[in-house]
Design a protein around this ligand. Sequence first.
Ligand code: GDP
Length: 326
Amino acid sequence: MPPSGDTALAQDVLAGRRAAISRAITLVESSRRDHRSDARELLEVLTPKAGGAVRVGISGVPGVGKSTFIEALGSWLVSEGHKVGVLAVDPSSIRTGGSVLGDKTRMATLSTNPDAYIRPSPTAGTLGGVARATMQSMTVLEAGGYDVVLVETVGVGQSEITVAGMVDTFLFLTLSRTGDQLQGIKKGILEIADVIAVNKADGDREEEAKASAKDLAGALRLVYAGTNEWVPPVLTCSALEARGIDTVWGRVIRHREFMGQNGLKEKRAQQQLDFTWALVRDELDQRLRTDDAVAAVRADVRSAVLDGSMSAVVAADRILEAYDNE
Ligand code: GDP
């Protein structure tokens, strides 16, 4: 019997065929019900072959140099014999449907490299939807033989936490200007950053960048004093001049070694569990939004709460009752 369409697709992905990888990612990004079940079947074949990549999240404020950095890092990794996949989680694509990160002119050199695959952020309706698509795209890339997957995101709160939940190592890019540093290195970021690099350490700004990196490294050593946890190293680099990129990568690898094989396995297992519940919450949220019975009471509840005749607690009960009774 000839293989069914999806089996053929899975085989083509496993053979590393680019067109098949694109098709498979389009399939896992789709929210159509029939696509979802096709995607599940595909992933069942691909998942046992996935998991082999070094998964790295890369974040920082707009303009810090993320795409320039990924271009430099990706090109270097490819020259070292790696196959590099680049995915993106773009929060602006969630709200507006337009994409800031996914602009086509970005990473012009890397995008034409046969050993690199760059995919712009999916435009699913919610962050959970984007995360779901990205996680599955990572499986497709890994099954297709990509041994490094970089997931880019912009420095806005929740999307960073989401990306940190799907990668092994989280790399945070920052700039030397003090204002930026104070704003950029918020407490939340410190909790998820495994490696920090002060970018644009070139020209007039090289010394300033080195000084900032030293200050920040000192501050971090204090934060971690007395623990045996990994202390995020702070390096400098110039993405534009492709300097310091290999050193940053060296620290990414050292972070993996610090975790060890078991540590990494545990981290990924815990991520899967957390992700499971995040997906459930996202799905429930979607159902609540599209539920007819909820829609039927929504307007009444809204005006009653707004004019003060109904408390939030009663209103919430009313909505949940409508949802449960359907
Ligand atoms: P992103 O928004 O974080 O992706 O930032 P981009 O990679 O688009 O870079 C924003 C601007 O900073 C561009 O004009 C880059 O050429 C510039 N840039 C990026 N990296 C460096 C660097 O290492 N040194 C200098 N001097 N400029 C850089």
